[in-house]
Structure formats: C-alpha cells, structure tokens
Ligand binder design. Sequence first.
Ligand code: UDP
Ligand code: MN
Length: 249
Amino acid sequence: NLPIIYVVTPTFARPHQRAELTRLSQTLLLVPSLHWILVEDSAERTAAVAELLAQSDLPYTHLNVQTPLAMKLKDSDPNWLKPRGVEQRNEALRWLREHRSPGDRGVVYFADDDNTYSVKIFQEMRYTQKVSVWPVGLVGGLRYEAPLVDNGKVIGFHTAWKTHRPFPIDMAGFAVSLSLLLTHPNARFDPDAERGFLESSLLGQLVTLRELEPRADNCTKVWVWHTRTEKPKLKQEDMLEKQGRGSNP
Ligand code: UDP
Ligand code: MN
C-alpha cells in the first residue's frame, strides 16, 4: 500500500506520438503503484491512444479535452508562442478531484510525453507532504535548472531565464501531494499565464518557497531531462501520395 503516483501526461496526435508514448509507457512500467492519466488534446479520445493504453499493462485513465483554437499552436508558430498541455493538465486535476477523496494517499506528477525520466525520480516523489522539487536537465538555456538547498530547505534557484518567476521550476521538476490538491479545490494552471509562469500559476496557490521539499540528494542530482524530439521529416510522403502509393497511415 504505497502512496500512488498519478502521472499526468498531455499528448496530441502527430507522426511520432506512438514512439513518444511507447517510450514513456515502458518507463512507467518500471514504477510500482503508478496510475497514468493520459489526456489527449483532441475533440474525441482516439482509437490509436486507446489501443496503446489497453496494451500497456499500466493502470490508466484515458481523458481528452481540446485546446481552444485561439490558444493552439500553428505548425508555423515557434513552440514557445503559446502554453502547451494546459487544458489537459487541468482536466486531469478535475478528474482527480471527482474520483479521489482526502483519505487516498498519492502524489501527482506532470510528465510530458517527450521528456526523459529516470526511474529514480519516481522513488523520490512518492512520499511528498506538499510539494517536492528536484533539478531538471537541459532546460532554461542551461545544463540544468535546480533549487538551491541550505540545511534541507530550498533557499533559491539555479536559473538564468526570467529569474523573477516565483517558482522557476519546469513542469518536470516538482510533484504535488494529492491531498494538497484536494484541499485546494480551485488550484489549477492558468491558461493565460505569461510564458514561463505556468508552473508558478499552480504552485503559487499551493505552497511557499520555504515549504518546498528538496529531493534527489538535496537537489544535487539530475534524474529527469527536458529533452525535445526533433520533428520527423516526412517530405517523401507527399511525393508517394501523389503517385498513389503513400505509406499506410
Ligand atoms: N501538447 C499538447 N497539445 C499541443 C502541444 C503539446 O497536448 O498542441 C502536449 C505535449 O504532448 C507534451 C506537453 O503538451 O506532453 C508539452 O508540450 P511540449 O513538449 O511541446 O512542450 P515543451 O517541450 O516546449 O515544454
Ligand atoms: Mn517537451
């Protein structure tokens, strides 16, 4: 009866989606007492994702909510123009509040589908009183961003980008106890948050800096990386399609 780790993953259809979700799901298989909440950015839950989940051997919940068109990135937009996965993470919070009660022990982690996770980071987060934090590799224009720890307490942050952020912590760098989310029923990510302030928009409603619980050897280890996947090049598909022999989607 370990506390359950609820892993919340926004995801959207694209050529490499199955590759991302395969890698992530097989990492999550290495973690005991874990429940995957996969939230599609789509009008309907897709058969492709439903099938992947059904075959994953993981306990899971399959949700969907479409990002409003005005907030959605166009293919030509740089990826930082608009926040990504916000409505989906909030939908998972809504589901947890509806389906879990204060007596349930657990922790919630927002795990994007393209990052790289060591199994160690899941061990670190399982026993979280309020909010636990740790370094994230390859983010913020640095080798890593990390909380600075003194005497077991977070006293600041190693960061270079928008250092005035209240919580300069990437989505992959913290986990929140389920009970804290249930006792703050209105806490959620702000879809209108300024770029870089999405994490702060949630955490500011839940904790103070002094309450953060440092993990990963007092935040000296990097056990999760903000990797990003190169867009696959599918130029030849157009040509084959014109010839009537495009790859089966
Ligand atoms: N995402 C989404 N809809 C989108 C774009 C992204 O649901 O239109 C998801 C994506 O699959 C990922 C998360 O939101 O799990 C964060 O997106 P991304 O990895 O592109 O953000 P970044 O790496 O730039 O922080
Ligand atoms: Mn990403």
